[in-house]
Structure formats: C-alpha cells, structure tokens
Design a protein around this ligand. Structure first.
Ligand code: ADP
Length: 310
C-alpha cells in the first residue's frame, strides 16, 4: 500500500454565520490536502503528522480526522498546549477577514514528538508533504531537528514534497523565509508552488520565471499553479503546459491549492501520469471553489470527481 504523510497544523475554525451564530469546524492547509487525497484515493494510506492537546476540541479534531479515514498514529497529544484557532467573517462585499490564535499552539511542538523510533517508521513511507505554513509554525528551536528528520527520510527513499504556501504574517522576516525555503527546495523531490507565493519573495511574475528560479535545485518534479490560468509542469527537463477550464461560479477560493495538491499527489502515488494528475487536481480544486469553506461536502465533491472519471 502507498503511504503519504502530511505534516503541519490543523486549526479550529469559527465561522460567523450571523451576528449571533458561529459555526465551528476544522481546517488547515495540510489537513485539507489529506482529506481530498483520501476521498479520491481511499487505497492510499494517508497520515496526518501534527500535535494537538488533551482538551475536548483536540479530541473532536482527532475524531474528525478519523471520520475522513485519515491515519492518526502520528497525531500526538501535548500535555499542556491546545490547538490553534481562527475566526473568519465575510462582509457584505464578499471580502473575507481572519483573526488567528495560533502563536502558542500544540502543533508548534510537533517535531519534539518525532523520536528515533517514529522516524524509523516514517522511513517506510512513500511521500512526506510539508508546506511553507508547516515550516513557519514549527518552533525555531526545532528547525535543526526537522531538517535532520527530512534528510533521514530522503536517504531512506521517501519522496519529499514541498508547497511554499507563503504567509507573510507567520514569518519574522523575508530573509528568514528565504533561508528556510532554500533548505526546503534543496531537499524537495516534488514542489508545487503558486506563482503568487513566489512573487513577493523572489520577484518572479510568471510560471516560466518560477521554473527558471528553481533551476539550480535538483527538483525532479515541479508543478507551478497559476490560478485559473494554467498549470505548468517540469519533470526531467520536460516542460508541459496544461490547460485549466475556468470555473465561472466561484464561491470561495479557500483551499483551491490544497485540494489540487492532495488529489495531484494521490494520483501520482496511484501511478497516474503528470498530465492526468494535473487534470484531476484541477477538477478537485474547481469543485471546491464552488462551495463555501475549506472542506466541501463529501457528496458534492465525490459527485464532481466521479464526473472527472475517478
Ligand atoms: P492557491 O490556492 O494556492 O492560491 P491557485 O489560486 O493557483 O492556488 O489555485 C490552485 C488550483 O486551483 C489551480 O491550479 C487551478 O487548478 C484551480 N483553480 C483556481 N482558480 C480556478 C478557477 N477560477 N477556475 C478553475 N480552476 C481554478
């Protein structure tokens, strides 16, 4: 069985429905990707690597992971910390605003739980996915340990997958981000950047410029996302441009990239070609942006993917 790990943070989401009503759910980039992968490719063993607390919301979050058939053996319980949380509100013009409480979350401690025995087990897997958000939130004191773990996994043959997913507010400085991303690109076997993410950091403004920027790194598979415009891939110096059919009824673009990533990687793990994986990833993202929130209802999503031939 193919195995993929998604390391990062899942948060408690509080969504304002009206002046007096909040809807509570769970979301976070790596979790979103894991959910969409597993929904499309149930035969791929999909694990979340994170740390939660011992509180009731942590318990409910773990249950949510399990209800999505995600493997929770690497979902650790910190003795005193609790999960991060965010509040989301949409104004009358459709503009979203967020407030976060995540600066002391349990997930920041995840690397502390990755002991030698755990890393040995992880070395048996096929892919390890992390994002710029995963990198930003782990304690700075854990970074050396994190890179050591990644080097061990890579040496054992686990494919390292990185989505830069840049969130400026999570970083102290652009220099710090660039130094960490340099290490990430150095180790990555697959990367899935969005053009916008890299524009701020490296002043690259097109898919071609992103590919050019990544040239010095030994990244076997590069997948550049550019919203509804196109997806460009490069594997072993073969460049391919993929046409995306734009969705006209966009409701909420939250987690478009996450859905794309999850389904793309599930398809690749299941032996599909890059071209097919891009089309399935794009179909998943297109379905997700026609629904509010990060996680689309299972039946609606499944219906769209059946239409796509999954
Ligand atoms: P991110 O969520 O990381 O900003 P993008 O905006 O680049 O990512 O979108 C990720 C993927 O979602 C794209 O590669 C594309 O497949 C799909 N997508 C985004 N916007 C649209 C759209 N309007 N119509 C159809 N597909 C879209």
């Amino acid at each position: 069985m193919n195995t993929i790990y998604f390391m990062g943070e899942c948060m408690v989401e509080l969504r304002a429905m009206s002046a007096a009503t909040l809807h509570q759910s769970f979301a976070g980039d790596v979790y979103n990707s894991a959910v969409y992968l597993k929904r499309c490719f149930p035969e791929v063993s999909t694990s979340v690597i994170t740390a939660l607390g011992q509180d009731n919301l942590s318990k409910k979050m773990r249950e949510r992971f399990e209800s999505e058939q995600l493997d929770t053996q690497y979902v650790f319980s910190h003795e005193s910390k609790v999960p991060g949380m965010y509040y989301i509100e949409t104004d009358e013009h459709g503009e979203r605003s967020f407030i976060y409480w995540r600066s002391d979350s349990a997930a920041k401690k995840t690397v502390e739980f990755l002991n030698a025995e755990c890393v040995d087990q992880l070395c048996q897997g096929d892919m390890f996915f992390f994002s710029g958000i995963s990198l930003a939130i782990i304690d700075k004191t854990s970074r050396d340990q994190f890179w050591k773990v990644l080097e061990q996994l890579k040496s054992a043959g686990v494919k390292i997958v990185f989505d830069p997913n840049y969130r400026a507010r999570l970083w102290d400085s652009v220099e710090d981000t660039k130094a960490q991303y340099h290490s990430a690109f150095n180790l990555a076997d697959i990367t899935l950047p969005g053009v916008e993410d890299l524009t701020t950091l490296y002043d690259v403004h097109s898919v071609e410029a992103v590919i050019e920027y990544l040239k010095p790194y030994q990244i076997n598979e590069i997948v550049v996302k550019n919203g509804p415009e196109s997806v460009i891939t490069q594997q072993n110096n073969t460049l391919q441009s993929h046409t995306i059919i734009p969705v006209t009824t966009v409701v909420d673009t939250t987690s478009a990239g996450d859905a794309f990533n999850g389904v793309y990687l599930g398809a690749r793990l299941s032996g599909k070609s890059i071209a097919t994986a891009v089309q399935l990833g794009a179909k998943a993202a297109g379905a997700v942006i026609q629904q509010p929130g990060a996680i689309a209802p299972k039946d609606v999503f499944q219906h769209a993917m059946v239409e796509a031939g999954i």
